[in-house]
Design a protein around this ligand. Sequence first.
Ligand code: ATP
Ligand code: MG
Length: 440
Amino acid sequence: MMSKKNVAKILKAPRGTEDVLPGDWQLWRAVEETAREVFELAGYYEIRTPVFEDTNLFVRSIGEVTDIVEKEMYTFKDGDSSGITLRPESTASVMRAYVEYEIYKTKKFQKFYYIGPMFRKERPQAGRLRQFHQMGIEAIGADDPMLDAEAIIVAMRMYDKLGLPGCKVKINSIGCKECRPGYREVLKEQLIKNSENLCELCNTRMNRNVLRVLDCKNEKCKEVTAVVPDIREHICECCKSSFDGLIDILSASNIGYVIEPHLVRGLDYYTKTVFEITHPSLGARDTICAGGRYDYLVSDIGGPETGAVGFAAGIEASMLALKNSMSEMSDSTKQRLFDIKEPAPDVYIVSIGSECRRASFLLTNSLRGEGISVDMDYEDRSPKAQMRTANKLKVNFVAVIGQDEIDNGTVKLKNMQTSDENVLEKAKVAEFIKKLLLNK
Ligand code: ATP
Ligand code: MG
């Protein structure tokens, strides 16, 4: 028996992270591939930005008085720089690239999408990770509310294509630089009267970023905010007409929505439209996709004044909603999303004796080079054990390599469906198999 001292301690993945093991890939792929297809169909093209950025980018764009910047960022010192931060979201990075490379100079209006990991130091709890994934789109360079509607329609088309029933769209306007300050005052006045019923954090938010009080998940705070005036009664003509434009297109496109008068987002850069898509199976934290318009973001980080709108969908949250909805799905949807595809080679190579394994390996690779899926035994097991594996894998062909075959430059090929056996010249095996596979 090994002494305890010699047993290496098993290292575990850090808290709040998840491994995607081979059996889990089916759903990941279905979600990512569907997203790419739907985004590209609507003219959005992929952009990949670094997973870390200058800390200032996030502080400036997301806002200092937000959960993300105040307590959720992974920030490091990096030499003399002002610090780097693992990206908690991607919108700021996409805008940074748009500005840095002066993309707007050649074509002001651009559509991008991204898929990738984000990092937030959240308290690990159900559905909350510290490394999670988002897929999102950004339309930069125009302020037409048609694009706000497009973002919602694209997200809903993605969920529809995935086969997720029961999604709900919630929309609101949070005004702009012209009208929001007025509403802030009205809101503050109301909240101050009830400050003893608000949580400690909301009492500080009241002076620093009063709109955030509307986003508090605390039940008592929710009671207070339920009766505050609606922001839409205080927004300017420009914001109103933008919101009406959004509603007009959503209605004409048969997208069901509800107006949530107190919907705000956790990031400060939003203006005018904000929206969420929720799924009833997820309980209290039911948002699977969130977005809106951010007309000052590009200029705030040094670019030209120009409108932008987009969303970020949580991949893990979306996948959880899909898993929870299995009982309502058609068989074909279930199969597409959840049926695990085991590796299934068409050919298995059986070596008769250790000295033949080299020839088997060379044949394996030459057949793969011809586009045929092939596998062989790498553990030097007996021919009988190799045959057992071939049967388990349900391969179409077994190619046997023994000393005779090596001496004669041949391969003994067994068709597992018909039990026909052929001794073929090595050079002709690929062609022979391909022909039969085609006729299958
Ligand atoms: P929430 O109020 O749910 O924390 P947020 O305002 O922080 O949302 P966004 O940045 O708008 O979230 O993110 C959009 C979506 O990304 C969320 O609705 C959620 O599905 C997902 N998401 C955000 N943070 C996490 C996390 N820590 N773990 C898993 N998914 C997350
Ligand atoms: Mg959050």
